[in-house]
Design a protein around this ligand. Structure first.
Ligand code: NAD
Length: 607
């Protein structure tokens, strides 16, 4: 049973002279009640694990957060809950009723598998759930057991074409919709995701193999937040007027591009679909999302949620399917204006080539081999905590994983020892258990690939300090597991230091001084992200400026606030997700020049 505190309750308490309101686990406080409490000076006091308080200020040193994740890395990822109703708006409705019910509070401990009978497994085209043309399917498999979860419709060329036509048909009305109404629909998507966070976390964890704790506390907040951020920007899209001679009225307009094709990977499917989708839709485009074949389930849920939020049919279409079939068809489709791709650098190249046929706008979020640079003056404890999180989050299957840790020589041995001590204690386990901290790799092929890199590293002369082997727990025998793995005595020219392994494998490399640290950090073909650990402010900025990477984190690792543009240098891609930069990438620039004078000069006069 939930107990709902309304503004009226707060007024009554205040009138009775009470200055504190105790909330318990099942208490839900409406927005209006929170406003009333702050207005009347009533303090909200927690009586349980349910928190209504503002986030604690950053502690000087990283320490485990309330739910076991280091706080600095979560800063900027999570936002306070909100409390609004989930009634789907219609296109003509302008004012949603506030505060009838509230989203569930962040889960404190959820476990278990999703209810298979409720999973969506068909294509979503033009608002209809349909089979692929000839009934083709691809199984999606549980990485922890290698058992099939569900057969999911696999879009063929014809299906992709139907989805693009649906998106094209829906485009004019969506583009021309009152921006306020478009914003409200986007906000509703955020609210539904937040309200359904437990169910979505269960599905994501099961389909991807990631610990449910991470799905719930890291992925999900990063799924609803971009919708909130970009809905706020819908009404801020504007242009400019140019300062030209007085008879010219010249202005620059920003317009949506049309149909955006999105192709995304399996490691954070819902988060990546949300961060791209919210931005493209906010700009007024319609979308065809090619869900990843290895973990398509939450993308299909997102399609359902968009419909429930009141998005007109055809605005957001979801076509799971094989990359070489559905992905390639989307990248080549002549009526797709832009491709927003996230995936490997190899596939990114072929998507870029495919888009060249019709000069598509293409943005690419690709792979990485990102350094976490630890200087001798750093707070070593913080550097260890952040670097461990930087590599082992999501089994290291993260584009921006801090997979190359560069450590200044005087503290190298101590750092390696402390890092190993921490990594050793990470609990590898079944993803659906709350206590699990490292789950399963996406499939057998990826798991074998990671083990191959372990052998390559040994052959190259690096030392395995920990891991590189299967966990002994018999419950994990059928899944794609590997112990967190650490290589020391690595040089930057080794294969394991240069290639993206995409697994829980870190290489720790010594360096001497700032210049060499920066040189080694940049000496790689990728440039996605980097961490810098130092107490010297000047050095932190100098190094941040010298690094060839799109995201630099100083004294923490892995923060992706919706406000911050995320994109790569060099072979890590082109273009950005998130931030104002991403919105701009879904808009065309048009210039309109009007002669407001009374004359038209006749070039050919006198002929
Ligand atoms: P992938 O390149 O194999 O697949 C990505 C997507 O592309 C999938 O949906 C796939 O079906 C599709 N695809 C495959 N072949 C295609 C083709 N010929 N034409 C069109 N689409 C095609 O990558 P993956 O294995 O799914 O994901 C792992 C990679 O993604 C890693 O390299 C990782 O670094 C990268 N990644 C990058 C970011 C980022 O933001 N930079 C985020 C997450 C993952």
């Amino acid at each position: 049973m939930k107990y709902i505190v309304t503004a009226e309750d707060v007024h009554r308490l205040a009138a009775e002279g009470e200055r504190e309101l105790m909330v318990r686990e099942h208490t839900v406080i409406t927005d209006a009640a929170l406003d009333a409490a702050s207005l009347l000076g009533v303090r909200i006091v927690e009586g349980s694990t349910f928190s209504t308080a503002a986030p604690e200020p950053l502690a000087p040193a990283a320490r485990p957060g309330a739910r076991g994740l280091p706080e600095p890395v979560l800063t900027g990822l999570t936002r306070n809950r909100t409390a609004t109703t989930h009634t789907a708006p219609t296109l003509t409705q302008t004012a949603p009723t506030r505060t009838q019910s509230a989203p569930a509070p962040a889960p404190t401990r959820i476990e278990g598998l999703p209810d298979y009978s409720t999973l969506h497994t068909k294509l979503l085209i033009g608002g209809e759930w349909v089979d692929a043309t000839r009934g083709e399917t691809v199984p999606t498999v549980d990485p922890a057991t290698n058992q099939v979860i569900a057969e999911v419709a696999a879009a063929q060329l014809e299906d992709v074409d139907r989805a693009v036509r649906a998106a094209r048909g829906a485009f004019p009305a969506w583009r021309d919709l009152d921006p306020d109404k478009r914003a409200r629909i986007l906000l509703r998507v955020a609210e539904i995701i937040e309200a359904e966070q437990e169910r979505l976390a269960r599905i994501e964890s099961h389909d991807v193999g990631k610990p449910i704790r991470e799905a719930a506390l890291v992925d999900l907040p990063a799924c609803w937040d971009p919708w909130r951020f970009f809905q706020g920007l819908v009404r801020a899209i504007d242009g400019r007027v140019l300062a030209l001679p007085k008879h010219s009225f010249d202005y620059v307009r920003k317009e949506p591009m049309g149909v955006v094709g999105m192709i995304i990977p399996w490691n954070f499917p819902l988060h990546i679909a949300c961060r791209k989708g919210s931005s493209a839709l906010a700009a007024g485009n319609t979308v065809v999302l090619k869900a990843p074949e290895l973990a398509p389930l939450t993308c299909l849920e997102l399609g359902r949620i968009c419909l429930e939020a009141g998005m007109p049919p055809g605005v957001f279409n979801v076509v799971p399917g094989l990359g070489e079939v559905a992905g390639a068809a989307l990248a080549e489709h002549p009526d797709v204006n832009k491709i927003a791709f996230t995936g490997s650098t190899v596939t990114g190249r072929s998507v870029m080539r495919a888009g060249a046929g019709t000069i598509k706008r293409v943005s690419l979020e690709l792979g990485g081999k990102s350094p976490s640079i630890v200087f001798a003056d750093a707070d070593l404890n913080r550097a260890v905590i952040g670097s461990v999180f930087g590599i082992y989050l999501a089994q290291g299957e993260v584009c921006s994983a801090g997979s190359r840790v560069l450590v200044e020589r005087p503290v190298y041995d101590e750092f390696v020892a402390r890092f190993a001590d921490k990594a050793r204690k990470i609990r590898v386990g079944m993803p659906h258990r709350w206590d699990t901290q490292l789950g399963a790799l996406i499939n057998e092929r990826q798991c074998e690939r990671v083990y191959e890199y372990v052998e390559i590293g040994k052959a190259e002369g690096a030392t395995v300090v920990h891991g590189g082997v299967r966990p002994v727990d018999p419950e994990l025998a059928a899944g794609n597991f590997i112990e967190p793995t650490i290589f020391a005595d690595v040089t930057n020219n080794m294969k394991i230091a240069q290639e993206e392994i995409f697994g829980p494998v870190v290489v720790i490399i010594p360096f001497e001084g700032e210049e060499e640290g920066v040189h080694l950090a940049n000496d790689v073909r990728y440039g996605l992200a980097a961490g810098v650990w130092t107490r010297d402010t000047g050095k932190a900025h100098r190094v941040a400026h010298a690094l060839e990477a799109g995201s630099i984190w100083v004294n923490h690792y892995s923060a992706y606030p919706s406000e911050a543009p995320f994109g790569g240098f060099k072979e890590s891609g082109t273009g950005h997700d998130l931030g104002l930069e991403s919105l701009a990438e879904y808009l065309e620039t048009k210039n309109v020049h009007v002669n407001i004078g009374l004359e038209t000069s006749d070039w050919y006069a006198g002929n």
